[in-house]
Design a protein around this ligand. Structure first.
Ligand SMILES: NC(=O)c1ccc[n+]([C@@H]2O[C@H](COP(=O)([O-])OP(=O)(O)OC[C@H]3O[C@@H](n4cnc5c(N)ncnc54)[C@H](OP(=O)(O)O)[C@@H]3O)[C@@H](O)[C@H]2O)c1
Length: 333
C-alpha cells in the first residue's frame, strides 16, 4: 500500500508517500481501506519531536473513514464491506472517568491513517453517518470526541448557559462551537484572527474577542456585559490563566490542551476565591464517541478547512503549523 511514513523528525517535507507492506489483521482486528484522513495538532507535535513516546518509523494520523475490507479471527463477519469511521481512542480501560495505563491513540505507537489501509481493533469501528461525505466523516473523530467530552461529559453544559471557546480556528475548538450550540448554549469565541472571528459568527458564534488583546477578558466583559458560565480551553499558557479570570464565580474551566505551553505565575487565589471547577479532559471513552457520533447522524456537519491529496501531507502540516486553518484539514486517499 501507499502511506506517508515518518522516518525522521523535522520540517513538513519529511512527510513523503512511499510503498510499504499491507497490514494483516490479527484476532479481533479489521483492515479499513481509507477514503480520507484528517490532521490533528498531535501529528505536528510528533513530527517535530515534541510528544512523549515517539517511535520511528511511524505512519501518523488518528482520524480516518473508509470501508472494512478484511477482518481477523473473532470479528463479526457483518463488518466486512461496511462504511465506517474509526474511533482513535484505543484501550480506554474499565473506568469511564479516566483512561487507564494501556490507553493509546491511533497514529502512535500504532500506525495511523495517512495510508491506503489501516489496521484497527474491531471495537473502534462505527458506521459512517450517511449524511456525511468521506471528507466530513474523516474530519470528525479525534477533535469531535475531545470537544464532546470537554463540553458535554466534563462541563455538562446546559441549555441557556454561556460558553467561551478559546482559539476558535483549531480543530477541537470548531467542534466545541458546534456541539455547544447543539446543546443549547450561547457560544462566544476568541481568536488571534479577525477573519476567523467572522467565520465563527457564520458558524453560529454569538460573538468573540481577539486574544492578542492583552486584556481580552475585560474586552469580552465590556462587550458582552457579563461573564461566561464555562470556558473551554486548549491553548493553555497565559490564555488558560485569563480563562480563570474571565469565568463567572462558581463557573467551570475545561482544559484539553496546552498549545502555548505551561502557565507562568498561575493566580491560584482566583480558583479558590471564585469557587471554580477546573476540569481536565482528554479524548473520550466509547460512550462519549457514540454520543458524539449520534449528533452528526442527527444532522451536525463538521467544519472542513481544506481538502488535499495524501501526497500533499507536508503542505497540510505546514498550514496547521502556521495556524492558518479554520476547522479540520483533510487528506483524501
Ligand atoms: N487532550 C486531548 O485529548 C486533546 C485532543 C486534541 C487536541 N489536544 C490539544 O489541543 C490543542 C489544539 O489541538 P487542535 O488539533 O485543535 O489544534 P489546531 O487545529 O492546530 O488549533 C490550534 C489553535 O490554537 C489557537 N491559539 C493559538 N494561540 C492562541 C492563544 N494565544 N490563545 C488561544 N488560542 C490560541 C489558534 O486559534 P486561532 O487560529 O483562532 O487564533 C489555533 O487555531 C493542541 O495543543 C492539542 O495537542 C488535546
Amino acid at each position: 500500500m501507499r502511506a506517508v511514513v515518518l522516518r525522521t523528525l523535522g520540517d513538513p517535507e519529511v512527510l513523503r508517500v512511499e510503498e510499504v507492506p499491507d497490514p494483516r489483521p490479527d484476532a479481533g482486528e479489521a483492515i479499513v481501506r481509507l477514503r480520507a484522513a484528517a490532521l490533528n495538532h498531535r501529528d505536528v507535535w510528533i513530527r517535530t519531536g515534541r510528544y512523549a513516546g515517539i517511535t520511528l518509523p511511524i505512519i501518523l494520523g488518528s482520524d480516518g473513514a473508509g470501508e472494512v475490507v478484511e477482518i481477523g479471527p473473532g470479528v463479526d463477519a457483518a463488518w466486512r464491506g461496511r462504511e465506517v469511521v474509526i474511533d482513535p481512542t484505543l484501550n480506554w480501560g474499565g473506568d469511564e472517568r479516566v483512561q487507564g495505563p494501556a490507553f493509546q491513540i491511533l497514529g502512535l505507537p500504532r500506525d495511523g491513517t495517512y495510508a491506503e489501509l489501516v489496521k484497527v481493533p474491531a471495537d473502534a469501528l462505527h458506521d459512517r453517518p450517511r449524511s456525511l461525505s468521506w471528507e466530513e466523516a474523516a474530519a470528525v473523530p479525534l477533535a469531535s470526541v475531545t470537544a464532546y467530552r470537554a463540553i458535554a461529559t466534563r462541563a455538562q453544559v446546559q441549555p441557556g448557559e454561556t460558553v467561551v471557546v478559546t482559539g476558535i480556528g483549531g480543530g477541537v475548538a470548531t467542534c466545541a462551537l458546534l456541539i455547544g450550540r447543539r446543546l443549547g448554549a450561547t457560544v462566544y469565541v476568541t481568536s488571534g484572527s479577525e477573519a476567523k472571528l467572522e467565520s465563527a459568527r457564520r458558524h453560529g458564534a454569538a460573538g468573540g474577542v481577539n486574544h492578542h488583546d492583552p486584556d481580552w477578558p475585560k474586552a469580552f466583559i465590556d462587550r458582552i456585559g457579563g461573564r461566561p458560565d464555562v470556558v473551554i480551553d486548549g491553548a493553555g499558557g497565559e490564555t488558560f490563566d485569563k480563562a480563570l479570570d474571565l469565568v463567572k464565580p462558581g463557573g467551570r474551566v475545561v482544559s484539553y490542551g496546552a498549545t502555548l505551553g505551561p502557565v507562568q505565575n498561575l493566580e491560584v487565589r482566583r480558583i479558590f476565591w471564585k469557587q471554580l471547577n477546573v476540569l481536565g479532559s482528554t479524548m473520550g471513552n466509547r460512550r462519549d464517541f457514540a454520543a458524539m457520533l449520534q449528533l452528526y447522524a442527527d444532522g451536525l456537519r463538521p467544519v472542513v478547512d481544506t481538502v488535499l491529496p495524501l501526497e500533499s501531507a507536508s503542505q497540510a502540516h505546514r498550514r496547521m503549523e502556521e495556524g492558518k486553518q479554520f476547522g479540520k484539514i483533510v487528506l483524501t486517499i
